[in-house]
Design a protein around this ligand. Structure first.
Ligand SMILES: Cc1cc2nc3c(=O)[nH]c(=O)nc-3n(C[C@H](O)[C@H](O)[C@H](O)COP(=O)(O)OP(=O)(O)OC[C@H]3O[C@@H](n4cnc5c(N)ncnc54)[C@H](O)[C@@H]3O)c2cc1C
Length: 380
């Protein structure tokens, strides 16, 4: 293999390029990125960065990496037969091997496109806009109490800004962590002064050029200067339509991480089978997965990869607490609290077919490695 193209200059793409070089691959690597920035750390964007714009977002080794950066222009099409990546009107990139790592985009709220003060948060440019907006000390509505919305609400409270957090489910984080944990997180938000509106949807925002009011589905109108839309994300796959790869809620890869011969996918965009979940396809939108799958994608292209089926892990920060999880922690995996303290610390287990498949905690971090071993052994 003499030329590898990587579509997506994010964490998974960077890690794949680094692993290729670490393994001694000395051919060309071209990294095509839609953003004008080299890869950076996204997690601080909903946390420290909103408090301090000087927060270091650098990913180690990016500057020294021997690759051709083709930034500021998205890949717009893929010719699998001709082994070419299209970039609008710019010259195509030819390759022998390809890694697709185009991540996800934030869902938007229909009808709010022209209104200033309506912000989604996915990349550095979004975070800069949000940071600038916070300087005016706005009354903020956050639509969606998933990880991102919950973190943004917590960070705004750290700045002592008024926040209304609107969530359509009965508790925050219901889908990724289940009802018992969601109830604890709801209490945490309320204890920190968030006006939490559960079982409600944001349906519209209005104002003369700039958002002034946000309407909920029960007719409530909230006065607001800023609406942060945190309604989840969708994989960047539209540019691959018609190219014979299997696209089904992401780029579907096999158990070795390949979407086609010499074509791998990694990170938030990739959907892979999970043995622990009986072969179900999963797409994981977490930092550690982007690193592990990016590394694996490089090995898959070089023909030295095993099955890719790690136990996922993730963390988030809320009000000075580190929430950390291992395995599969969704609402559908029978969540059960095995410890719950009045100060918000908890430990929850998740089960499938009578086996533990996940655990999540605030405050019982030292219990997680044992769960990880237990879940890993379930694979064996
Ligand atoms: C604000 C925020 C906070 C987060 N906090 C946490 C956390 O606390 N814990 C955790 O585990 N995870 C967290 N995550 C998730 C984590 O950052 C992601 O899982 C990780 O960045 C995924 O890496 P990736 O390379 O797959 O995608 P990305 O990092 O999104 O990179 C994909 C890149 O591809 C580019 N792209 C898209 N389409 C094209 C195209 N057609 N051509 C070329 N380039 C394209 C995108 O612009 C982007 O630059 C957070 C994410 C965000 C946004």
């Amino acid at each position: 293999m003499r030329a590898i193209a990587i579509a997506g200059a994010g964490l998974a793409g960077l890690t794949a390029a680094q692993e290729l070089r670490r393994l001694g691959y000395d051919g060309e690597i071209s990294v095509v990125g839609a953003e004008r920035h080299r890869p950076y750390r996204r997690p601080p964007l909903s946390k420290e960065y909103l408090l301090d714009r000087d927060t270091d977002l650098n990913l180690a080794g990016t500057e020294q990496l021997d690759v051709t950066w083709l930034l500021g222009q998205a890949a717009t099409g893929l010719d699998l037969t001709g082994r070419r990546l299209h970039r609008g009107t710019l010259p195509t990139v030819t390759f022998d091997g390809l890694i697709i790592a185009t991540g996800v985009r934030a869902r938007t709220l229909p009808g709010t496109g022209d209104l200033r003060g309506v912000i989604t948060l996915r990349g550095l440019d979004d975070a800069r806009a949000l940071h600038a907006a916070l300087a005016t000390r706005p009354r903020t509505v956050v639509a969606g109490a998933g990880f991102l919305g919950s973190e943004v609400a917590a960070t705004l409270r750290a700045l002592d800004l008024p926040v209304t957090l609107v969530e359509s489910a009965p508790v925050p984080l219901l889908r990724p962590l289940g009802e018992p944990v969601g109830t604890i997180i709801a209490d945490l938000h309320r204890a920190h002064g968030v006006d939490l509106r559960l079982g409600r949807r944001v349906i519209a925002a209005a104002g003369a050029g700039h958002v002034e009011a946000v309407r909920l589905d029960d007719g409530t109108v909230l006065s607001a200067d800023l609406l942060v839309v945190a309604l989840g994300a969708e994989p960047h796959i539209e540019w691959l339509r018609g190219c014979r790869l299997r696209l089904d809620g992401g780029v579907v890869v096999d158990s070795h991480g390949l979407a086609a011969p010499q074509v791998a996918a990694a990170g938030d965009v990739a959907r892979r089978p999970s043995a622990l979940l009986g072969g179900d396809l999963i797409r994981v939108e977490h930092y550690s997965n982007a690193i592990e799958q990016g590394t694996h994608a490089a090995r898959a292209l070089l023909g030295i990869a095993d099955r890719f089926d790690p136990v996922p892990t993730f963390w988030c920060h809320l009000y000075g607490h580190r929430l950390q999880a291992v395995g599969f922690t969704g609402a559908g995996h029978h969540p059960k609290l095995v410890a719950s303290e009045p100060d918000g610390r908890f430990l929850a287990e998740y089960h499938r077919n009578g086996r533990v498949v996940g655990a999540a905690t605030v405050g019982f971090l030292r219990r997680l490695p044992a769960y990880r071993r237990l879940i890993t052994n379930e694979y064996a």
